[in-house]
Design a protein around this ligand. Sequence first.
Ligand code: PLP
Length: 446
Amino acid sequence: MPAHYQIEGSTSAAISASVEGGIRSGTLAPGDALPAVRALATGLAVSPATVARAYQELRQRGLVVTAGRHGTRVRPRPPVAARRAGLLPPPLPGARDLSTGQPDPRLLPPLGPHLAALAAEIGPPTGYAAAAVVPDLADAARERLAADGVPAAEITVSGGALDGIERLLAAHLRPGDAVAVEDPGWANLLDLVAALGLRAIGVPVDDEGPTEPGVRAALAAGARALIVTSRAQNPTGAAVSADRAEALRALLAGRSDLLLIEDDHAAELARVPLRPLAGATPTWAFVRSVSKPYGPDLRLAVLAGDEATVARVAGRARVGAGWVSTVLQRLVLALWRDPATADLVHRAGESYERRRHGLVEALRAHGLPAHGRTGINVWVPVPDETVVVTALRDAGWSVAPGALNRIAAGPGIRITVSSLDEADLAPLAAAAARATQPTAPFGFTA
Ligand SMILES: Cc1ncc(COP(=O)(O)O)c(C=O)c1O
């Protein structure tokens, strides 16, 4: 912990408020260690139980994480706005930023012409009474999902995949409940699970999706929900294969105590067929975001599921945020209906495919066991993330440390291919190989 931040308070509420204040002001940064319970209790002249209660409350709200011998630390992205962000070292000026996990802005369809067309036909303002899921959008989504084997009689719309997942978890689970998530997995999802006061159980993932023994173990450990990324798993690029889908469907069949959530964020960008699990359990939802193919700022996902689950999500939204703006819904519908946009998205998918495959091959040629079956990221297991991230940064490449994505999985780095050109692949792979090599002792020459 930085020596200049003094945690204060004589009650557990005051101590946790003091830690939260430190995070808010940026003085306590993501990853900073908090003092040991006994040491802080002595310093504040309170009982260890008081400090332990404060830490527990912060943990339940997802602000801190306690990891055995490593003690209690501020989470990488605690759910309070802070001025300093992330575990990522700031990219060096001039370094190529491959750490973002963002789609390639050069490949997102232009929104201007669709906004102009929408402006011309927008009609009278939509008020509270008339706002809902736009029926044509629901029909188009149903058709698209049905073509991929997802039964979508019941459907609603959320403000993106993560918003949909948050609403699903809140509708079915209570703080303290366990959620099975892929490990390594999507960092934002791990942060959300913590912020909801839920417990994440890591499920190992290979190129074909979450492993069957991993899911089995998570169920045995009491998981109340399971979240599976259908394709373009973040960070490994895994996609659920036909065989894995069959094995998982058999394992999950009839589990009435489990909420099954599928996240198909790659959607139209994916170049492998969808192998859905939808409907394997009585309580299920399938979420498809428009962020990756059409742009994250659209903030829209369609959410299909069993009747009770969709009704809970839609009903809860109605008494809260209300609905996703019909202006956005109509814009997405226009994008879906436009053949030129479909062509752009198709070509974007092929471009990611070429660059990702190219990078995986180049890394493997250097002996690095890279993964990236689908999507926009390549995952490279490495012995020491900090060493490799720092060495690559010094060589002009900023990549993401896997610490943001991991529960118990081994270390790795995530490389987003969005800003790479094909000419970059060989020099990047060579730099990654150098960065993972143990440094020769000083003065040693072969
Ligand atoms: C696994 C996964 N799901 C979903 C998303 C997109 O989420 P949203 O629709 O909230 O933008 C991402 C974006 O990186 C992702 O990595």
